[in-house]
Design a protein around this ligand. Sequence first.
Ligand SMILES: Cc1cc2nc3c(=O)[nH]c(=O)nc-3n(C[C@H](O)[C@H](O)[C@H](O)COP(=O)(O)OP(=O)(O)OC[C@H]3O[C@@H](n4cnc5c(N)ncnc54)[C@H](O)[C@@H]3O)c2cc1C
Length: 494
Amino acid sequence: MSQHDPRSKNPIVRDVTRPRSSRRKAGLTGWQLAALYLGLAVLPLGAAWLSGIEPVSLTTELGSGLGLLAGALLLIQMLSSGRFESLSGRIGIDRSKSFHRLAGAVVLLIAAVHPLAYLLSTGLDDPSAVWQRLASFVTGQSTRSGLIAFLALTLLVLLPVVRERLGLSYEVWRATHGLLAIGAAGLVLHHGLTTGSYSGERPVLLAWAVLAALALGALVLMYVARPLRMWREAWRVERVTADGEGSWRLELRGPSATSLRFAPGQFIWMTLSPHWPIFHDHPFSIASAEADLPKLRLIVRKAGNCTNHFGSIEPGTRVAIDGPHGSFVLDETGERVLMVAGGVGIAPLLGMLEHAAKAGDKRRFCLIYAGRNPAAFAAIDRIEALSQIIDLEVHLVADQRSGIAGFSPGPLDAPRVAEAIGDPSRTVAYVCGPPGMMAMATDALISGGMSPERVHYERFDDMARGGRLDRRRLRQSIGVLALALAAVAAFTLR
Ligand SMILES: Cc1cc2nc3c(=O)[nH]c(=O)nc-3n(C[C@H](O)[C@H](O)[C@H](O)COP(=O)(O)OP(=O)(O)OC[C@H]3O[C@@H](n4cnc5c(N)ncnc54)[C@H](O)[C@@H]3O)c2cc1C
């Protein structure tokens, strides 16, 4: 524990040497993003409305409206991948990726219902003609691009779900995902420009041109500009050491005039030479402070193909890095900072503590750090050193009972997290760890009286969900997509 006075009125020392952690986060707020998303999503619909074509029937207009929306949503998927910090930097990669996945499934659903609405229209006029119309959808030349786009879209949505069962590596999946997305977007554009009563209308053509330009711009940035930018600075691996059972400590060094600046808790995308970034970059949280630049520390768990072999990286190996990214950032709110880490989830929290020590942050910090067994804990030396500098209370919780002093028996549970909250209106919490532990901890914090705005968390495994905060985010995402569908209803009923 440090000797700083935790009751100080202004817990942060405002000092010119303090790293710029309070730097304004890049990106739009959730509301701004939702407005931008909806604006782009309804662009073709609005343009079709403006074209002045008289509606035919409810079912036909519903079919057209759904088709126009599905096409637009598919093209915007290129922008919502979470890779563009200037768009999603504030909401973070976790939320962007979840939204991206949900929107993908909704596009697939809308794309499936869109031809059914036309079939319903035919069926209402002449039930015997339904099969003939269905056959024309499947075999007709005018609908071919739409049909192939639908098949590509189905693969895009299903592959991430079955990837591990099929034994596809993350890199192969990423490559397939990119190629399928580009193919589907091209085919959807072709379908939108050549099929349907609104396809030849000037405003509609203009709307597709705007969306196509944005999608193309996103692709060029993602697959050409970004990989080139990542190699611009000469970053190298300086040292790799084992840090706890099952993880590595990687020390990187950049040029002394590096342009990298980051806030505590952010992450970088990293690719090791001789690989090429597009498909081989991995996200890792920065476990050191900005003030340590041009040195950067990462704590990496052995998780598979890439990270298992970090022990054999030769010192001096070039690395390409892209960053900083992420909204899981230590800010200046709260008089007391509660951190809950599980396993390698310690990495971003360690970065925050390192920053707090460098910045002379006088707040009270409490770290609950859970792991499988005492040997599995990484960065214990750093945590010990930091507790001599800042007001840091540390609780180490090991699942396997060992009798080793300093470790309390696990697994970490909700009462222990709730107990550490203190005054919920003065505490701010940061949680990072395995999915089950995160759901338990964030739920315990909310049940313990903390407002969701004061509970920050970062997920390393983007397929896992479960806590109340996740469900809240899911409801918000569903709300945005429901508004887009409401626009189709308005278009149909006009
Ligand atoms: C924001 C963020 C920060 C992270 N910070 C850290 C950290 O500080 N330390 C740490 O050990 N791990 C961190 N991770 C997780 C780390 O990126 C993966 O464990 C690593 O990429 C696994 O790669 P692999 O090839 O060794 O394993 P694989 O066997 O290929 O993959 C294991 C799992 O890791 C995930 N994964 C693999 N490659 C990627 C990728 N390129 N992008 C995203 N996910 C991937 C997939 O879900 C995959 O199923 C972080 C993840 C995210 C999203």
